[in-house]
Design a protein around this ligand. Structure first.
Ligand code: T4K
Length: 369
């Protein structure tokens, strides 16, 4: 029985034949992991696609983020956003750093530069902003603050693979950017991730770090972990990258159909990409304000009743997680709190049909009172 449900996303995949062709050489080499040929090829392909000089692949985005925080030798406090996936805050905390939460901008849900400076003190060593839903942070303002205070900037760019600002790749901003290649992302390697960075000296450190700190046959330089991308995942990436421009073009049509359907509805807030931004259309966030007459949760339930599974990315805020109660729950971030309780991310993937989008939008509109 075919699955008739419409889920929030659906992994992009090459044809089975293309993938089998890509992995066939592994049956000759018997090299399945530890930075083999497919891993090397994907790194080369990504350097070129992202227009960067340095990249290190990882088993997933979260490990990439933890690893770069450790490799940069940060300590003390890191200014960040609570409007994000668990990974961002967890990475900071798991590396022994203290997250300090600033509010987000109401127009694109990224860290508000105007709220950062008042939180900086002598213990602050970095800023960790998140490019949310493919919207880029105000990278110039954040860089300016970081430069004035001698702070590192590490972007959680899990949602920003392939996004460009005035032609400049999202991977070029800050000291480092982490990308997620999870199955649910615009570009996937099944599970996977990467860090792009400015400082070429980090290359060796990160490469060794993800392989137990092993630096030679008989040398171990760091107490590293194991965070290597295997050959099957790298091969999936090599295939998916070939089709990425088509995927993004199809997503753009889907996004435009949603916006055309919804942007004039009173109380519904959607954002087309800002001037100069080439988006990857990775999520389709819709904010339901009081004027709409029904809550975000009403719309979620109405869609669910029709087997359409939207998601509440990102609810709750990470500061509201049980594991942070009494530790990081005292920050006042009213805009993040508002967006988190009013936003729904509607189904978005390249093969969503226009008929499906129209159906979803009709259900959404029917909730208005
Ligand atoms: N920073 C940010 C801002 C992030 O959003 C993320 C990940 C990270 C860091 C960490 O990167 P990674 O370490 O994951 O590389 C999903 C993803 O697991 C997660 O990667 C992603 N963010 C987050 C926003 O979404 P869930 O718990 O919502 O996933 P799940 O299993 O409910 O899947 C959602 C839908 O996707 C399903 O309804 C169907 C579809 N799907 C799912 C899977 C697993 C597929 O089509 N194929 C699949 O293989 O977290």
């Amino acid at each position: 029985m075919p699955d008739e449900r419409i889920l929030v996303t659906r992994s992009s995949m090459p044809t089975l034949e293309e993938y089998v062709n890509e992995i066939a050489p592994l049956w000759d080499s018997h090299f399945l992991t530890n930075m083999g040929e497919k891993h090397q090829q994907l790194e080369r392909d990504l350097l070129s696609y992202l227009d960067v000089d340095n990249i290190t692949l990882f088993v997933n985005g979260h490990n990439a983020l933890e690893c770069v925080l450790e490799a940069m030798d940060l300590h003390g406090k890191v200014i960040t956003t609570p409007f994000t996936f668990a990974s961002t805050t967890h990475a900071i905390v798991r590396k022994g750093l203290t997250p300090v939460f600033a509010d987000i901008r109401p127009d694109n849900y990224t860290l508000d530069p105007a709220k950062i400076e008042e939180l900086i003190d002598g213990e602050t060593t970095a800023i960790l902003p998140v490019h949310v839903y493919g919207n880029l942070c105000d990278v110039e303002a954040i860089q300016d603050i970081a430069a004035r205070h001698g702070l590192k900037v590490i972007y959680d760019a899990a949602h920003a693979f392939g996004v460009r600002k005035n032609g400049v790749s999202s991977a070029m901003f800050g000291d480092a950017s982490m990308f997620s290649f999870h199955a649910t992302k615009v570009f996937n390697t099944i599970e996977g991730g990467a860090v792009c960075y400015r400082d070429h000296d980090l290359k060796e450190k990160l490469d060794h770090w993800k392989n137990f700190g092993i630096s030679g046959l008989e040398e171990v330089e760091y107490a590293g972990g194991n965070a290597k991308m295997n050959e099957f995942c790298a091969a999936m990436g090599v295939c998916n990258l070939r089709h990425l421009p088509d995927e993004i073009a199809k997503r753009k049509l889907v996004a435009e159909r949603y916006w055309d359907n919804l942007e004039d509805v009173p109380g519904i807030v959607v954002h087309r990409p800002a001037e100069g931004i080439e988006s990857n259309y990775c999520y389709l966030p819709v904010v339901f304000e009081d004027e709409f007459g029904a809550t975000r949760d009403d719309v979620y339930a109405a869609l669910r009743a029709q087997d359409i599974f939207a998601r509440k990315y990102f609810y709750p805020l990470t500061t509201q997680f049980d594991c942070y109660r009494g530790r990081f729950d005292s920050y006042e971030t009213p805009i993040a709190a508002h967006v988190s309780t009013h936003v729904l991310t509607l189904p978005m993937f390249a093969d969503l049909t226009m008929e499906q989008v129209d159906r979803i939008c009709a259900i959404v509109r029917s909730c208005a009172r």
